[in-house]
Design a protein around this ligand. Structure first.
Ligand code: FEC
Length: 315
C-alpha cells in the first residue's frame, strides 16, 4: 500500500451516524410531492392539499425542521470529533423528501463507511414511525452487503434529554404549583389500530411523560397526558386530543394556565408552530385561558449530548 493510500485509509471515517428525520417541504412547490410521499404515493385531494399549504403559510411558508436538522448534524459531528477524533461522519436522511434516507446510505457507503448507526429523530419507538426509517436504511443496504447497520430504537430515557424537559418544568415551579395551572405533556397521535396491534409507542410516550413529570417533582394531579396532530385520514386516532383536553380543563375544571410540552417531537416543526403555537393557543385564549409552551430540544447542547450518548451506548 502506498503512503498516500494508507493515509486515505486512516483518515476517512469508517463509522457513520445517520440522523433520520421526517423532512419538510423546502418551498411551496414541494408540498404536493412531499404530501404524496407521506400518503404512500397517493396524491392528496385538492381540499387536503389546500389545507396543508394553508398551514405552512400560517407558519411563514416553510418549517425550520430542515435547518434545525442540519444544525443537529453539525453539532453531533463537532461533539464526536472532539471526543473520538476521525472516527465518525454524521449525515442526515429524510423519510419523505430529499435527501432520502436510502440516498444518504448510498453516499456514506460510497465514501468508505462500513458501519452505520441509524437514529430516528423521534425519541419513542413505533413500528409506524421510527421503524420506517430503519426499513428505508436497510432496504438501501441490501445493495451493500457487509455494511453493519445499528438500528437505534427509543432514546427518550437518555439523561440529557430527560434533563432538557424536566429542567424547564422545575424553572416554572411557581406556576406549576398554582392550582389553576395544568401541564399537558403530548406526543403525535397515531391511528388507534397501530396500538391495538401491539405497538410500544403508546406505553413509551406514557412512560416518558411520567418520568419527566417525576424528575420535575410534579404530582400526578399537576399534569395530564394527551395526543396531538392526528392526521387527516378519517380513521380513529389515539386520544384524548390535546386541544379537547385543554378546552375541558379551562371551561370545566377551573384551569387558567396550560403549560404544553410536546415530548414526542425534537424540533420546532409544523406540528409545534401551527398545532401548538397557533391552534392550541387560539382555542385556549378564546376561553379566557393562557398558554405557555416548553422549548423544543432543537440543537441545544443537551440534545447533542443525548445523541452522542445514544450512539456510543449502541456500540
Ligand atoms: O414540515 C414540518 O415541520 C412537518 C413535519 C412533521 C413531523 C411529523 C411527525 C410525525 N408524524 C407522525 C405520524 C403521522 C401519521 C400521518 C401523518 C401525516 C403528516 C402530514 C404532514 C406531517 N405528517 Fe406526521 N409529521 C409531520 C408532517 N403523520 C404534513 C400530512 C398532513 C396530515 O395528515 O396532517 C398520517 C399519514 C400516515 O398514515 O402515514 C400517522 C408521527 C410523528 C412524530 C414522530 C416523527 O417525527 O417521526 C408519529 C415532524
Amino acid at each position: 500500500m502506498t503512503s498516500e493510500n494508507s493515509n486515505n485509509a486512516t483518515s476517512a471515517p469508517k463509522k457513520a451516524v445517520l440522523l433520520m428525520a421526517y423532512g419538510t417541504p423546502y418551498k411551496t412547490e414541494d408540498i404536493m410531492d412531499y404530501y404524496t410521499n407521506i400518503r404512500h404515493g397517493h396524491k392528496p385531494s385538492e381540499k387536503l392539499y389546500n389545507d396543508l399549504a394553508r398551514r405552512y403559510k400560517m407558519i411563514g411558508g416553510t418549517s425550520p425542521l430542515a435547518k434545525l436538522t442540519d444544525n443537529q448534524v453539525s453539532g453531533l459531528q463537532a461533539a464526536l470529533d472532539r471526543d473520538h477524533p476521525g472516527e465518525y461522519v454524521v449525515r442526515k436522511g429524510f423519510k419523505y423528501i430529499h435527501p432520502f434516507i436510502g440516498d444518504s446510505v448510498d453516499e456514506l457507503v460510497d465514501s468508505g463507511v462500513t458501519e452505520i448507526y441509524g437514529i430516528p429523530m423521534a425519541p419513542q419507538y413505533s413500528v409506524y414511525t421510527a421503524e420506517k426509517d430503519h426499513v428505508q436504511a436497510q432496504e438501501a443496504l441490501k445493495k451493500h452487503p457487509g455494511v453493519v447497520y445499528h438500528p437505534i430504537r427509543s432514546w427518550w430515557a437518555d439523561k440529557n434529554l430527560m434533563k432538557f424537559w424536566s429542567d424547564q418544568l422545575i424553572a416554572m415551579k411557581d406556576l406549576t404549583d398554582r392550582t389553576d395551572t395544568k401541564v399537558i405533556l403530548s406526543a403525535h397521535s397515531l391511528p388507534k389500530h397501530v396500538i391495538v396491534d401491539g405497538d410500544p409507542y403508546y406505553d413509551e410516550v406514557v412512560g416518558n411523560s411520567k418520568a419527566v413529570a417525576k424528575q420535575a417533582g410534579l404530582r400526578d394531579d399537576q399534569f395530564v397526558i394527551a395526543w396531538q396532530s392526528a392526521g387527516r385520514t378519517g380513521e380513529e386516532w389515539i386520544g384524548p386530543d390535546f386541544k379537547e383536553t385543554a378546552k375541558d380543563l379551562i371551561a370545566n375544571q377551573g384551569i387558567k394556565t396550560i403549560i404544553s410540552g410536546s415530548l414526542g417531537f425534537i424540533v420546532d416543526n409544523l406540528e409545534i408552530l401551527d398545532d401548538v403555537d397557533i391552534e392550541l393557543k387560539d382555542e385556549i385564549e378564546a376561553l379566557g385561558g393562557q398558554l405557555r409552551r416548553l422549548q423544543m430540544p432543537n440543537d441545544d447542547s443537551l440534545l447533542i449530548a443525548a445523541l452522542e450518548d445514544t450512539v456510543l451506548a449502541a456500540k
